[in-house]
Design a protein around this ligand. Structure first.
Ligand code: FES
Length: 123
């Protein structure tokens, strides 16, 4: 079996929602102390709905694929729903990640939570 699913490879090669939102009202940044990878998430939230979300990930392929998939999963969704998104759900949506790469998907979950915490703290 291939190490990475086709979905992982697709999101790694053609990541969705890469970039910066200049007028974001929610910004989160997290890092993995072990590998040194960093993920930054920007959101534009209106009426508790995530109207737009973009990310910048300085990290491994699995982290890039995870952030890409995570942004797809929360775009257009209510804040309360995005708050519930787990790294497991992100990995499942990617048709799985190798066990030793699961921590990369944790970065995506944490980046979303960090951005949503920032949103709450601005209110
Ligand atoms: Fe660092 Fe994947 S190895 S996030």
């Amino acid at each position: 079996m291939a190490l990475y699913s086709e979905k992982v490879m697709d999101h790694f090669r053609n990541p969705r929602n890469v970039g910066v939102i200049e007028d974001a009202n929610a910004i989160g940044e997290v890092g993995n102390a072990k590998c040194g990878d960093i993920m930054k998430m920007y959101m534009k939230i209106e009426d508790e709905i995530i109207k737009d979300v973009k990310f910048e990930t300085f990290g491994c392929g699995s982290a890039i694929a995870s952030s890409s998939m995570a942004t797809e999963l929360i775009k257009g969704k209510p804040v309360s729903e995005a708050m519930e998104l787990t790294n497991k759900a992100v990995a499942e949506a990617l048709d799985g990640l190798p066990d030793y790469k699961m921590h990369c998907s944790v970065l995506a979950e944490e980046a979303i939570k960090s951005a949503l915490d920032d949103y709450r703290s601005r209110q």
